[in-house]
Design a protein around this ligand. Structure first.
Ligand SMILES: [Zn+2]
Length: 310
């Protein structure tokens, strides 16, 4: 069974109160689980928060407030065009790419942390944000897999490029929990034609089939995974995996990229399980949309009626 262990003494409040929990698998330990467990994360989550956890998560969950969680459902009609939003500037150093890794929850490509010139700026960002890693979320079938949805529609997969703010923080680890610490760009993936640039990564996936395996990757510039149209939505949100820190400026490209069905299949052939464990296919590693909670989603583009219907 999945159980929550409360680490702090924080009272259970609907929102606004920091609390710290850890998720773990197995039987309850007995004495520690008295009436206090009524104030579990799950109980707190019987609220506008919705389905806020994933059964494959491990580690600590720190939710400072819970008022700007991610992902969200983007409603085109409710997004606000901001003519002051400049284009996002993207410049990555391909040589700083290090390896691809199966984390046990998703597939992640990691970059050298000291690669100072490699990152994004402009758009809604006040500072330059440096690339740390990118990863994917995907579904067991094409009709689901993305974390963000648009007008209730999910895509087959979603790419997240995770950047941190070296102007404000000395390291990625410090930036994760800090105000304006992270900026994540998101790209939707839909089935279509083969994506040549993605294939370099797809080719090594069989080598990281199991949890906690990794493979060295040659130079790789992830800007080749961005759509040709750079229109985006932006809003203030959180990480979508523990610690769910509410420190993320999200930038979500409007236009999806196309990938071949065979490329999606390669992701679905990865495993949540480690070598020697019972095999569990790595699919549906996405979090459900979270309540918007009075946040505004801004767009860098003026939506037309035709685009609304598309
Ligand atoms: Zn992600």
């Amino acid at each position: 069974m999945l159980r929550a262990v409360r680490l702090g003494k924080a009272p259970c409040k609907p929102s606004g109160t920091p609390f710290l929990l850890t998720w773990t698998w197995g039987a309850p330990p007995g004495p520690a689980l008295g009436p206090e467990r009524r104030c579990s994360w799950r109980a707190c989550a019987q609220s506008p928060r919705g389905d806020a956890w994933h059964p494959r998560w491990t580690g600590q969950v720190s939710v400072p407030g819970g008022t700007r969680q991610s992902p969200i459902n983007i409603l085109r009609r409710d997004s606000v065009y901001d003519p002051e939003l400049p284009p996002l500037r993207v410049s990555y150093d391909a040589a700083s790419c290090r390896h691809a890794r199966n984390t046990g929850y998703l597939c992640q490509v990691e970059f050298e942390e000291a690669a100072t010139g490699s990152g994004i700026s402009g758009g809604p960002l006040e500072n330059h944000y440096q690339l740390k890693q990118f990863h994917f979320h995907w579904g067991a079938a094409d009709g689901r897999g993305s974390e963000h949805t648009v007008d209730g529609r999910a895509f087959a997969a979603e790419l997240h490029l995770v950047h941190w703010n070296p102007t404000r923080y000395p390291s990625y680890q410090d930036a994760v929990m800090g105000e304006k610490g992270l900026a994540v760009t998101a790209v939707f993936l839909k089935p279509g034609t083969l994506h040549q640039a993605l294939q370099q990564l797809v080719d090594v996936l069989p080598q990281i089939k199991h949890k906690d395996t990794q493979v060295a990757l040659g130079p790789f510039d992830p800007s080749c995974l961005l759509p040709d149209c750079r229109d985006y939505w932006t809003y203030a949100g959180s990480l979508t995996t523990p610690p769910l820190a509410e420190t993320v400026t999200w930038i979500i490209y409007k236009k999806p990229i196309e990938v071949a069905p065979s490329q999606l299949s390669a992701f679905r052939a990865l495993l949540f399980s480690a070598v020697g464990e019972e095999e569990a296919a790595m699919v549906d590693n996405f979090r459900q949309p979270q309540p918007l909670m009075k946040r505004t989603v801004r767009s860098s583009f003026l939506g037309t009626e035709a685009q609304m219907r598309a």
